[in-house]
Design a protein around this ligand. Structure first.
Ligand code: CTP
Ligand code: MG
Length: 228
């Protein structure tokens, strides 16, 4: 396939505090990662899927991948994660198939992200040759503070709250990671750092990141079920 999706699922989920890696915490009867993969396999074209999992969850990830893949002919791989998200993505990059020209990086923790958001990112990467990230307008008023003293109100018309999947031409993303001089909180940050353009397309409310127990409850409510 021309497209690969690296699903980073190797985080420990400290803020959720469930005692197991976040991607394997249950939501409506299935590990979060299963929900994520169902949506990845809903992408309109065949894709390579690389799941980056905690080493001790390698077997679980393989099982979920088999289940979610069903009859799909997509290539699938599971690789071990690293200490940081950035290291985990780096490990995923090493597993890309030779045919891949477009790479999407996606947080497993954004378990409800619709397949259509992946399709739109892929289309925009192809059309522009740039990095492409989904973003939503910031609803709250945002202020710059020093501890508890307000310094200024930030003009939110110039702000976007960024989601995943983030998509890139493969060569650009590989170069960004090879030249990364710092830890960035997202992949587009590294691509911007090498001077390549990154565009924003409309995100989706369903692509919110499950970070805290509150987020997990919100996700469960969207299924109309209890949390697990
Ligand atoms: N991630 C990863 N490897 C890491 C850290 C994070 O693959 N070393 C992944 C997570 O599994 C998640 C995504 O990156 O899907 C976004 O990270 P985040 O929401 O911060 O997840 P955690 O790092 O697991 O959570 P926390 O920061 O609360 O510990
Ligand atoms: Mg984290």
């Amino acid at each position: 396939p021309d497209v690969a999706v690296i699903v980073v699922a190797a985080g420990s989920g400290t803020r959720l505090g469930a005692g197991i890696p976040k991607a394997f915490v249950h939501l409506a009867g299935w590990p979060m990662l299963a929900h994520t993969l169902t949506r990845v396999f809903g992408i309109a074209e065949p894709v390579q899927v690389v799941v980056v999992a905690p080493p001790e969850y390698d077997e679980s990830a393989r099982e979920l991948l088999g289940l979610a893949a069903g009859q799909s002919e997509a290539l699938v791989a599971v690789v071990a994660g690293g200490d940081t998200r950035q290291q985990s993505v780096q490990n995923g990059l090493a597993a890309l198939s030779p045919s891949v020209g477009t790479v999407l990086v996606h947080d497993a923790a954004r378990a409800l992200t619709p397949s259509s958001q992946f399709d739109r990112v892929i289309a925009e990467v192809r059309a522009s040759g740039d990095g492409v990230i989904p973003g939503l307008p910031v609803a709250d008023t945002v202020k710059r503070v020093t501890v508890d003293v307000v310094q200024e109100t930030v003009d939110r018309s110039h702000l976007t709250a960024v989601q995943t999947p983030q998509g890139f031409p493969r060569a650009i993303l590989e170069r960004a990671y090879a030249e990364a001089g710092h830890e960035a909180t997202d992949d587009a940050g590294l691509v911007s750092a090498i001077g390549h353009p990154v565009r924003v397309i409309a995100g989706d409310e369903l692509a919110f990141k499950i970070t805290t127990a509150w987020d997990l409850n919100r996700a469960a409510l969207l299924f109309g079920t209890d949390r697990d």
